[in-house]
Design a protein around this ligand. Structure first.
Ligand SMILES: [Zn+2]
Length: 489
């Protein structure tokens, strides 16, 4: 057997101003056919697994381009075309292949392309013909429609949010592809539009736990091979956005359609209780003034880089200072210029520094203050699952008005508590800590916080969907429309 593997992904916030370009891919993940030489990370692990598994089967595994960028605004059209054409050329150069496995995020939008994944896979299908099997792994915050389903054979999507199953789903997809190539199964896919948008964590108390368990329980039984709920990415104004339910069955298209509808409607019925509740900025600040036995954790959700925001707003810093809150920490905050100045003056120096508020109209004003440089580190990183590492560029930790701030040269989220512990910031003794995250950290902080709030701060990724200037989103869609499927009764 001959297997071709490649990676192409980013998550596009069409409301964000910072364009995504080739430099954003080369600085995060760029490998021209040698993914095994890179350290494990969420962007490398699926293809590393397919390479290892394929070789263990005695297959010839050929690699194309692997490219992944952090979420931001619309990808530059010519840069998307360059990467797409590179993968198509790599595939052509590979000669005859039996199967293709692609790791993509989903929700990549480029100038002139609402659906980069669909465009790429349709072109791949056209190039290789109907016989070659195509398998795709996606993040659940993607967009998916019939063009991607029609051009591929098997799609497997993450089941967990926070995302902790990219490796397991890569394994699922590999096993399904192996059985398909052996002639044991004949995958058929069905897709159901749930007519809903939002954020639906799978680990908070609530109905998504049972829903996810039900998907697992159905897989591998009665002809059902795989079930995936594509949650969708809510900050994208494109016609294919929204939650969709995908079913893959063995040789039975009608069953796939039926299962997709059954689980899609089941999800629709729990959507209101399943959606992430946000706290207003005012309520969060009132809570932050209270001194507890453990820190309050504030997720500064509208400025989190994971949904395409710059990660450089200072609204929370300003609010803490104005409220007289001193024993606090804020991390991470993207400001390469301030980091460079801190490296110039060195640890222990005090200087007047302009912080944040630089990179897009939603960034708001910078904060001007007297900063003491506490800690510096080049090529810093944080831990992720297992031995995965997330590079965050150079780091400078400063103290301003008693508040410790971790500045980075690379846009990032908090992935683990190592963001504090590796950079000289104590966590447990703070009154309040604010992080530029949405939800992925929730399970990390259960023991050592007195409360966690997901706060509707000002910023690019405003969670008040009704306030966003959608023009091309398919309607009706919940929560903008009350009951699009008419199942609320
Ligand atoms: Zn995601």
């Amino acid at each position: 057997m001959r297997l071709f593997i490649a990676t192409l992904g980013t998550e596009t916030n069409t409301f964000a101003s910072i364009p995504t370009g080739l430099a954003d891919f080369t600085s995060q993940l760029w490998s021209e056919g040698c993914i095994e030489t890179l350290p494990p990370s969420p962007w490398t692990v699926p293809c590393q697994r397919w390479l290892t598994n394929g070789r263990a089967e005695g297959w010839d595994v050929v690699q194309g381009l692997h490219a992944f960028a952090a979420p931001a605004g619309t990808t530059i059209g010519a840069d998307y075309e360059f990467m797409r054409d590179r993968i198509l050329a790599d595939l052509k150069a590979a000669g005859k292949v039996d199967a293709i496995l692609l790791y993509m995020h989903g929700a990549m939008v480029a100038n002139g392309y609402d659906d980069c994944e669909g465009d790429l896979v349709v072109r791949i299908r056209r190039q290789v013909g109907p016989q070659v099997k195509i398998g795709i792994e996606l993040d659940l915050h993607g967009h998916i429609d019939e063009s991607l389903v029609g051009a591929s054979d098997i799609i497997v999507i993450y089941k967990t949010y926070p995302h902790i199953d990219h490796d397991e789903r890569a394994e699922d997809l590999f096993q399904l592809m192996k059985r398909t190539l052996a002639g044991e199964i004949e995958p058929k896919m069905g897709l159901f539009d749930c007519r809903a948008m939002g954020l639906f964590p799978t680990t908070m108390d609530g109905p998504m736990i049972a829903f996810t368990a039900a998907m697992f329980a159905c897989e591998g039984r009665d002809g059902v091979l795989s079930l995936s709920l594509n949650h969708g990415f809510p900050w994208a104004d494109v016609p294919l956005a929204g939650a969709k339910m995908l079913a893959v069955t063995d040789g039975d298209k009608a069953l796939a359609d039926r299962m997709a509808r059954e689980f899609g409607e089941r999800f629709y019925r729990i959507r209101k209780e399943a959606t992430l509740p946000f706290t207003s900025f005012e309520e969060a600040l009132a809570e932050a003034r209270i001194k507890g036995d453990k820190p309050l954790l504030i997720a500064d959700t509208a400025d989190q880089t994971g949904s395409g925001a710059p990660g450089d707003t200072t609204y929370v810093l300003r609010a803490f200072v104005d409220a007289g809150i001193r024993n606090a920490a804020i991390a991470p905050l993207w400001d390469p210029l301030a980091v460079a100045i801190c490296f110039q003056v060195g640890v222990g120096a005090k200087l007047r520094l302009r912080i944040g508020g630089k990179f897009e109209p939603y960034s708001g004003p910078p904060f001007d203050g007297v900063a003491e440089v506490l800690f510096l580190k080049r090529d810093a990183w944080q831990h992720h699952i297992g031995d995965e590492k997330i590079g965050i560029g150079d780091v400078a930790v400063i103290r301003v008005e008693g508040i410790e701030i971790l500045l980075t040269t690379q846009r990032t989220n908090l992935y683990s508590l190592s963001l504090f512990s590796l950079h000289g910031i104590s966590f447990d003794d703070k009154q309040v800590v604010s992080i530029k995250n949405l939800y992925k950290h929730k399970d990390l902080f259960i023991e050592n916080t007195r409360k966690q709030l997901f706060v509707a701060t000002p910023g690019t990724s405003n969670p008040d969907w009704a306030a966003l200037p959608f023009e091309r989103l398919p309607r009706p869609i919940w929560p903008l429309d009350a009951d699009p499927l008419g199942l609320d009764g």
